[in-house]
Design a protein around this ligand. Structure first.
Ligand code: SAM
Ligand code: SF4
Length: 327
């Protein structure tokens, strides 16, 4: 039987989250409040290096790739990267997570290049609050991008939102009303503490359990988990076309259903979003002739993956902010 991405705790990894840049043009107050600051001189992975990397992962059984960042759409060769990944044998789904700043103009081109699914981060449905959180006064433009994505043919358009105490928590009802007649999946991501945002976290962290309780009290019910949901808990309601996904990294057992590995924009394999500096793969990405060595390094690294991120114990690991490895 061919080699598979399975760790020592019997978790299977068919999903790769690949960052293609750590540059971002937004200043989300929980992520890059002072905007992007360059901290290294390295070049981001080229399209050829990305192709070699994803080929190796696909031969090890990965079938889904999410392209992330920083802001992935800032790369001029973003459509070419989508196309290169989408045509790799074994890759069944290519997704991206974007802040949506240029989605409206490009949704169709990305769809045509082979992108299957798109997550747009929309941290408020109120234009002023959106500006306050992201530092960008372009709420209408981002929402236009969401509508254009549906029109372009994407079957899956998901909205990511980090609900925060005293900032956008009052938007919960607005969000829920919005998906009454829209086949959109809202994904509420619980604010995570990183090295850089400790004070902000203490002030604004809102437990995902609070949202869950609110949903259950209002007629929403939890759907049975499917293997590709990963750690997300999905809720539905008979009167609503849309669905709600909760990502609650502080909940007990969150890591049990971990199904993803991450590679940074400079080619470091991260076994977890938190707590480790990563394994360098770059020296094996330049030539397809190194594919077998690359696969062996990935497999050997996976055997060191820990059972949990230990976030609930106050561990914030070595991740300054999630723009650095793609969230
Ligand atoms: N720039 C793109 C975007 O914002 O969609 C992609 C990269 S961003 C790091 C990916 C996701 O991580 C976004 O949905 C963002 O809201 C989320 N994120 C960033 N920092 C976070 C934090 N500290 N806690 C929870 N989610 C976070
Ligand atoms: Fe940029 Fe995304 Fe971080 Fe916001 S969450 S600053 S859009 S990387």
């Amino acid at each position: 039987m061919s080699q598979q991405l399975i760790d020592n705790f019997d978790r299977k990894f068919e999903y790769l989250r690949l960052s293609i840049t750590d540059v971002c043009n937004f200043k989300c107050n929980y992520c890059l409040p002072d905007g992007y600051q360059r901290t290294h001189e390295k070049q981001f992975l080229s399209k050829q290096e990305i192709t070699n990397l994803v080929n190796a992962f696909a031969e090890l059984g990965a079938n889904k790739v999410r392209i992330t960042g920083g802001e992935p759409a800032l790369r001029k060769d973003f459509p070419q990267i989508i196309e290169a990944i989408a045509t790799i044998p074994g890759i069944k789904k290519v997704a991206t997570t974007t802040n949506g700043y240029n989605l409206s103009n490009n949704a169709q081109a990305w769809f045509d290049a082979g992108l299957d699914a798109i997550n747009v981060s929309v941290d408020s449905l109120d234009a002023k609050t959106f500006h306050l959180i992201t530092g960008k006064n372009i709420f209408q433009k981002v929402m236009q991008g969401v509508n254009d994505s549906v029109k372009a043919g994407f079957k899956q358009v998901k909205i990511n939102s980090v609900l925060m105490k005293g900032l956008n928590d009052i938007d919960l009802d607005l969000y829920i009303n919005w998906i009454k007649d829209q086949p959109i999946q809202l994904r509420f991501i619980e604010l995570m503490q990183t090295e850089d945002n400790g004070e902000f976290f203490n002030k604004h962290h809102l437990s995902g359990e609070w949202i869950k309780k609110n949903l259950l009290e209002n007629g929403w019910s939890k759907k049975e988990s499917l293997s590709h949901d990963g750690p997300a808990q999905i809720f539905c309601h008979p009167d609503y076309q849309g669905e709600i996904g909760l990502i609650m990294p502080y909940s007990k057992d969150f890591c049990k259903s971990c199904n993803r590995l991450r590679v940074s924009s400079v080619g470091r394999l991260h076994l977890c979003l938190f707590g480790e500096e990563g394994v360098d793969l770059r020296d094996l990405l330049g030539s397809s002739a190194d594919k077998e060595k690359l696969k062996q390094r990935i497999l050997a690294s996976l055997q060191t993956k820990k059972v949990s991120h230990y976030l609930a114990d106050g561990e914030v690991g070595g991740t300054p902010h999630l723009a650095s490895i793609g969230g």
